[in-house]
Design a protein. Structure first.
Length: 277
């Protein structure tokens, strides 16, 4: 778990790394990450799994000026088509083992990421694509988005967190229906069941999601990080344990520069300028 009390560094001009399968754009304090294999339905091949893990590790070690992330897919039809089945057919056993380890690490890093991640689901989210949606902090979806976890139809059980994240989002009985049937479901159903937070017209999806990300990024970044960690604990802990963690998370924010800045800004009737420390 990410350590309590971590501060941000001031690296406004840091250039994000370049990837072959991902497009990373820095928009002020918001980072836009696009799964960028549109010709292959943004499916996760070995290269993308490696690059996603590298990108997440860089965020974990030092987010720089990044305070929130929006994750989407290239094109207008598919957010992420899951694992790359064509590549999988040609993999030798060692490559399969590597892919499996990378996917496990990917889901762990998504859930442990200290920076909030919002998915903008612009199209179909299938298999691992759906599992990514369930693993991030929350998600908005296009009206045209569709979701499915078809693993049982392909001779395997889910292996990228679905049996843990889908029950937490949708409830156990709904998760059984989704996972054991492997059936496709709509954006409206995903909203009703709790997998996504909002459904918006396709043309407005990215800007609306970025608007929410900017709202998060305008808040005190240390406070956002600490609150996110406490919320993560709430999923698994009893109230007493979770509340103790909340108080631990609260302590460094109460004595932070940003807290003093917020109090001064309130008194001076101006917007606070947060530094993440």
């Amino acid at each position: 778990m990410h350590l309590l009390g971590i501060t941000f560094t001031n690296q406004e001009n840091r250039v994000p790394p370049r990837y072959d399968t991902l497009l990373v754009e820095t928009l002020g304090h918001v980072q836009l990450l696009t799964l960028n294999r549109p010709a292959s339905g943004n499916a996760i091949n070995l290269a993308m799994a490696e690059e996603l893990n590298h990108w997440l590790w860089e965020l974990y070690v030092d987010a720089g000026a990044t305070r929130c992330v929006v994750l989407t897919g290239a094109g207008e039809r598919i957010f992420c088509g899951g694992g790359d089945m064509k590549e999988r057919q040609t993999m030798d056993p060692s490559a399969v083992r590597r892919q499996r380890a990378l996917m496990e690490r990917l889901i762990r890093q998504l859930t442990d990421c200290p920076v909030p991640i919002i998915a903008a689901v612009n199209g179909a989210a299938v298999g691992a694509g759906c599992e990514i949606v369930a693993a991030v902090d929350f998600a908005y979806a296009s009206e045209a988005a569709r979701f499915s976890l078809p693993e049982v139809r392909r001779g395997i059980s889910p292996g990228a967190g679905a049996t843990q994240t889908i029950p937490r989002a949708c409830g156990v009985r709904r998760a059984r229906e989704i996972i054991l049937t492997g059936a496709m479901f709509s954006a409206a159903e995903a909203l009703e069941w709790g997998l996504v937070n909002k459904v918006v017209p396709a043309a407005a999806l990215l800007e609306e999601t970025l608007g929410v990300a900017r709202m998060i990024a305008s808040n005190a970044p240390l406070a956002v990080r600490q609150a996110k960690q406490a919320l993560d604990v709430a999923e698994d802990a009893d109230f007493a344990t979770g509340f103790r963690f909340e108080l631990m998370a609260h302590a460094p924010t109460a004595r932070s520069h940003d807290r003093q800045e917020a109090l001064a800004a309130f008194a001076e009737k101006r917007e606070p300028v947060f530094r993440g420390e």
